[in-house]
Design a binder for this molecule. Structure first.
Ligand code: ADP
Ligand code: MG
Length: 707
């Protein structure tokens, strides 16, 4: 009976929901035993001595040697938390902060959130008794705003410093001055080998301490010809490994760029292996095709699912499909095979077009080697690179470019301004930002009204810096408060701060697209998000309701939580939280004013051009604006995605008059036809007039020189 067979075989191969027996969680004794086996443990007393003797030290050690989990514990156990002070440990990524805190709490046999806790934006799992606090580097940076001397801390460990995130770099500059004002504060910088000299030199020849590591050789196998679809190749490679080697030969780690390709790889691999299983069952062959557990890990994944990558299911091979979080931040034991797609998702700012965008970029050679190295922790391993050797040497940088040199700096500059740094360009950067980028970012802040003509913070700018949000979103909240619609805008901003709320499961795409379209507000994706939230609220925040409407309950819950926090923050600042009732056009005006620099006008059937730089843009296919027949003539957008095409994501239709009203300095009307005389705005009749950027604004770079 083929049907019967199919039912068995198409089951849930590698599905993590499967309840196969798991290895029992390790006992406290077992955990202590494995702690003692870590390279960091072997050098504990030398390490503590060098920390006692120096204010700043740089620790270098192979990934997995125990830098992150052990060093904070060593400090805690050896009297570095006197007078109720804390040990702070920063991580470049939220997932790492949460995961590592969980592990350390387990190792110390305490409840997470008590002695050991973590704090990330909008989520604080610490308490009065917390002594070891993990957090994102961005969060510590914001803490310096309220506590410039970081008085609560006795030691700061800046972990994963080689990642060179924007926040880590800025913190370095802040520490330069802070360390001389707080002689008792220790700074420990950890790095996976590269760049260590740089850190030492920056802090006046700070000593380096190397944790001796042990690694096994890893054979690197390049693709022989260029790969057109790395998801497909990864699936093929992973199933080959799985079918050709015994399960006990080791687990597999696949590097992808983000949620989409990770999910595609997981489900593709599952169905590939169930086909194999089906065929072999028909041929009466015994096979281990389905003895596999496929686990995704990326930042938008709920914490409980993230934790699964560390557990082992008996008799199964584990395949972890991860973003570059698994490159150095998290160590999964038992990996013998690595498959590397060669790309990662990067936020890039291009000063030429004055825009931020998210794009897929080749990783650096240093990252490629880190990724490969993950296969050689427990024994000799193999790393399959889904790119050719030529590509590696032609297209990849030796080292990644620090974030500060490739990203928009408006948020950072706003923060530095609020920290009282008068001339941010003279800030002690470990690597200075590109000057053009910095000037453009300053210009952007000025254009938003956050800086005055002399480059000082305005009232608006000061208030904007109080929110842990990107400048456009802080401004939207403040404008909304003035216009009595902050209830609505609070919801929108919160919804923009969580991962995708619409659920689009494989094989049910059509059904879920229909469900989504029922929430559409045809002139705005922002209002569509507001609509989703309002209906969820009207349905008592129900999880069942979410499921029925293809919405991610966890994302909505998080939005609700963020909303509460932002609301409190507004109240603390004495800002009004009021509702506009049913008048959503005022909400759209606020959206327009916040994104006035990110506006586009229609150019053809489905195309837009950017008003600032003429870049051709397309609406993201999921946009609610597609649902309304003709596309609106003018829009503002939340973000720009550069994949194979330029997409704008989350847009709102606006009246060009609003752009004129909010940004009279920038935008102007011209007649489309030549024969018209002078122009009055009251003349505005739809298509006859064209909104464009004033010519001086195009030459804004010159203006910047005088700021
Ligand atoms: P490093 O920071 O030097 O890269 P870590 O301190 O993160 O090293 O990890 C040390 C070891 O602790 C890893 O090799 C791994 O075996 C173990 N470990 C870390 N986190 C977990 C976890 N959540 N579950 C189980 N083991 C873990
Ligand atoms: Mg680490």
């Amino acid at each position: 009976q083929p049907n019967g067979v199919e039912q068995v075989a198409s089951g849930r191969i590698g599905d993590s929901a499967n309840s196969a027996p798991r290895e029992p969680p390790p006992s406290f004794e077992q955990i202590q035993e494995s702690r003692r086996g870590l390279p960091a443990y072997q050098v504990k007393s030398e390490l503590l001595q060098i920390v006692r003797d120096n204010q700043v030290i740089v620790i270098i050690g192979e990934t997995g040697s125990g830098k992150t989990t052990q060093v904070p514990q060593f400090l805690f156990e050896n009297g570095f938390c006197k007078d109720g002070k804390m040990i702070g440990c920063t991580q470049p990524r939220r997932v790492a902060a949460m995961s590592v805190a969980t592990r350390v709490a387990q190792e110390m046999n305490v409840e997470l959130g008590e002695k050991v806790g973590y704090s990330i934006r909008f989520e604080d799992r610490t308490s009065r008794g917390t002594r070891v606090k993990f957090m994102t580097d961005g969060l510590l940076l914001r803490e310096t705003l309220v506590d410039p001397l970081l008085d609560k801390y006795s030691c700061i460990i800046m972990d994963e410093a080689h990642e060179r995130t924007l926040s880590t770099d800025i913190l370095f500059g802040i520490f330069k001055d802070l360390l001389s004002r707080r002689r008792d504060l220790k700074l420990i910088i950890t790095s996976a080998t590269m760049d260590a000299n740089r850190f030492s030199n920056f802090f006046g020849a700070a000593p380096q301490f190397t944790i001796p590591g042990r690694t096994f050789p890893v054979e690197v196998v390049y693709s022989r010809s260029p790969v057109s679809d790395y998801v497909e190749s990864a699936i093929t490679q992973a199933s080959k490994i799985h079918l050709a080697t015994p399960i006990t030969s080791g687990d597999v780690l696949i590097f992808m760029t983000g949620k989409e390709d990770i999910e595609a790889t997981c489900s593709g691999l599952r169905s590939r292996l169930s086909e194999v299983q089906l065929r072999r069952t028909k041929e009466n062959m015994n096979d281990h095709a389905e003895s596999i557990e496929i686990l995704p890990i990326y930042s938008a994944l709920p914490a409980d699912i993230q934790g699964k990558i560390f557990h082992k299911t008996l008799g199964k091979r584990k395949v972890v499909v991860a973003t570059n979080i698994a490159e150095t931040s998290l160590t999964v034991d038992g990996i013998r095979y690595v498959i590397d797609c060669g790309y990662s998702k990067l936020k890039v700012y291009s000063p030429q077009i004055g825009l931020d965008s998210l794009r897929m970029a080749p990783i650096s050679l240093a990252s490629a080697n880190q990724r490969s190295g993950r296969a050689g922790r427990t024994g000799p391993g193999i790393a399959y690179r889904l790119y050719t050797e030529d590509t590696a040497y032609d297209d990849m940088y030796t080292q990644a470019i620090p974030e500060i040199q490739r990203t928009n700096l408006s948020n950072t500059l706003l923060l530095l301004k609020s920290l009282g740094v008068r001339d941010p360009l003279k800030f002690p950067f470990i690597d200075p930002p590109n000057e053009v980028t910095a000037l453009f970012s300053l210009f952007e802040l000025w254009a938003m009204g956050a800086l005055d003509n002399l480059g000082n913070l305005t009232q608006l700018g000061t208030e904007m810096a109080n929110f842990p949000l990107q400048p456009a979103l802080s401004k939207m909240l403040l404008i909304a408060s003035q216009n009595k619609c902050s209830e609505e805008v609070l919801t929108i901003v919160s919804m923009l701060s969580v991962p995708q709320v619409f659920h689009r499961p494989k094989a049910r795409e059509e059904e879920s697209d229909q469900a989504r379209s029922r929430f559409f507000v045809p002139e705005s994706d922002h209002l569509t998000l507001l609509n989703v939230y309002s209906q969820w609220k009207a349905n008592q925040y129900s999880a069942k309701w979410c499921k029925r409407h293809f919405l991610q309950f966890k994302s909505l819950q998080r939005a609700r939580d963020i909303r509460m926090q932002l609301c409190r923050s507004m109240e603390r600042q004495g800002l009004y939280v009021e509702s506009s009732g049913t008048d959503w056009s005022i909400v759209r005006k606020c959206i327009c004013s916040a994104y006035a620099q990110q506006a586009a006008k229609i150019a053809g059937l489905s195309k837009y051009v950017h008003l600032k730089n003429g870049l051709e843009l397309r609406l993201h296919p999921t946009s609610a604006l597609h649902g309304a027949g003709d596309l609106p003539p003018y829009i503002v957008y939340h973000e720009l995605l550069l994949t194979t095409k330029e997409y704008v994501n989350i847009v709102t239709a606006v009246d060009p008059l609003w752009l004129m009203e909010y940004e009279p300095l920038f935008y102007n009307f011209t007649r489309r036809s030549e024969n018209d005389g002078d122009l009055d705005i009251s003349d505005h009749k739809g298509d006859e007039l064209d909104l464009c950027l004033k010519s001086w604004a195009i030459k804004r770079a010159n203006l910047l020189q005088n700021m």
